[in-house]
Design a protein around this ligand. Structure first.
Ligand code: F0G
Length: 469
């Protein structure tokens, strides 16, 4: 196979394996096993590599050469172009639908809003993926593993994007059938319409995302169905590629900050693992700082990390603190509540992996209100990049960190725009034209751009046009 200047890693089962993230887990598992937790410790699993046996190029610049070889689907993919950095699958088993054609872009209008110097704010616009969100980076990897293990049915719980992504891979490849679990009334229509259209069987649970995820985990374990939520360690392998593309967009220079919305914390966990491995491999000499941004109404990570001081603690985070926090949440009947429905999650399954990422990346966590999220989203839109509300959290978080003096105006800041604007048109119209869409936003929008209602009368229309000039 043509490889653009260096030989492809002979990815095979024996150089990749799965291992529990806790230092108390001693057993390892083959890459062909379908597991989502370590049977020893019940903690999450990582995909690990015997790097000494992987032919990783000496410099990240080598990967760029593959841009010239775009008729090869693996080189065309913005995930598998970096295949030596996630070498768990034999190339002939890889499932790709051309994901990851996303690039890093500068935005001075958005940068001004955040308070950055010109040229210092970057947006990684993952809405341009086949299903319109970053999830495709992970789903190409999970679909590959599903294929490797002969899965016939794959399932996920979702706030909408994971399900849209899984459904598109199943629809395009017909390798497996898909079951999607959603909470009642908690999914934006753009996303729901995708999984219905792509042919996924959708099961609506009377409850929220956290309930739906708990159920799908049980169902998959009981019925031997392949689980595609981010507890699946292979999904996170694909999501590492978002960081490779960010580095590529900066000519392999490491930025000062990565700012990402936090929901189930799969992305932040994957980013931390990407940087940890790149440093281990000697491919970068420094690691950017990571800021994970919660919505105020779904701020478990913020409360645990910033208010209760929960830390990775060399792989032994304070479990009793986590247990007490969740017990109180149950007792108070506390439910996640935010207009950014993608991140309306109170029990993030990747909590511990995210703690590791925060440790690796000298990270921090902030929370932002729905009003801040929607204002940021409107500014991103006015800057020419439509995104869904959850993505606005990254820019709102960067603005907050600038105001707090944590981010300096001359820092190089990358905000991840996780999902496309058309995913949730109700949120956008509700912000700009509350009279058209019963608005749930209690505060007056700062950047509302409502349609002007004019009589069907030429003179009256011209009056409005003259005022516009
Ligand atoms: N942004 C968007 C657009 C999302 O869809 C999600 C998660 C996140 C951010 C948060 O990412 O979970 O890695 O911290 N959506 C999931 C779903 C939960 O079901 O589609 P995370």
């Amino acid at each position: 196979m043509p490889t653009g200047g260096f030989s492809i890693a002979a990815a095979s089962a024996d150089l990749a394996y799965q291992a529990g993230i806790s230092p108390d887990a001693s057993e390892t598992f083959g890459v062909g096993e379908v597991l989502t937790v370590c049977p020893q410790t019940n903690d999450l699993l990582d995909v690990c590599y015997d790097w000494d046996r992987v032919e990783v190029p000496a410099s990240l610049k080598e990967f760029e050469r593959r841009w010239g070889n775009r008729s090869n689907p693996l080189d065309f993919s913005g995930v598998w172009r970096f295949r030596e950095l996630l070498p768990f699958a034999p190339p002939e088993q890889i499932v790709t639908i051309g994901e990851g054609q996303t690039i890093l872009q500068t935005s001075d209008p958005v940068g001004r809003y955040v308070g950055m110097n010109p040229g210092n704010l970057f947006l990684q616009y993952e809405g341009l993926n086949p299903s319109g969100s970053f999830k495709d980076n992970g789903m190409t990897a999970a679909s590959t593993h599903a294929r490797m293990t002969g899965a016939k049915i794959a399932a996920c719980a979702s706030t909408g994007n994971t399900s849209a992504s899984l459904a598109i891979y199943a629809g395009a490849t017909r390798l497996f059938r898909v079951l999607v679990f959603i909470g009642s009334g908690k999914i934006a229509y753009g996303k729901l319409s995708q999984s219905l259209d792509y042919g996924a069987r959708t099961i609506q649970i009377e409850g929220d995302f956290d309930d739906a995820l708990a159920q799908v985990r049980r169902v998959c374990a009981e019925a031997g169905i392949y689980l595609c939520n981010s507890v699946n360690p292979f999904r996170l392998e694909g999501q590492k590629a978002i960081m490779y593309r960010v580095l590529e967009g900066l000519h392999w220079d490491v930025p000062d900050w990565i700012v990402v919305p936090g929901g189930n914390l799969g992305n932040s966990s994957a980013f931390g693992k990407a940087f940890l491995e790149l440093r281990q491999l000697g491919l970068i000499d420094r690691i950017p700082r990571l800021a994970v941004i919660n919505a105020h109404g779904a701020n478990t990570l913020y409360e645990l990390y910033e208010e209760h001081g929960l830390r990775w603690n060399a792989g032994r985070p304070d479990q009793s603190l986590i247990d007490r926090f969740y017990e109180k949440m149950t007792a108070d009947e506390r439910r996640a509540q935010t207009l950014a429905s993608a991140i309306e999650i109170n029990r993030p399954v990747n909590l511990k992996k995210c703690l590791r990422a925060l440790e690796v990346c000298d990270g921090l966590v902030r929370e932002v209100t729905d009003a801040e999220i929607l204002d940021a989203k409107a500014q991103i839109g006015a800057g020419g990049f439509g995104c869904e509300p959850a993505s606005g959290a990254s820019v709102a978080g960067a603005k907050l960190l600038r105001a707090q003096g944590v981010i300096a105006p001359g820092d190089r800041v990358v905000c991840i725009l996780t999902g496309h604007q058309l995913k949730d048109p109700n949120a956008t119209v509700g912000y700009h034209a509350p009279q058209a869409e019963a608005s749930k936003n209690p505060e007056k929008p700062a950047f509302a751009n409502p349609p002007l209602v004019v009589a069907n009368d030429f003179e009256k229309i011209m009056e409005v046009i003259r005022r516009f000039e």
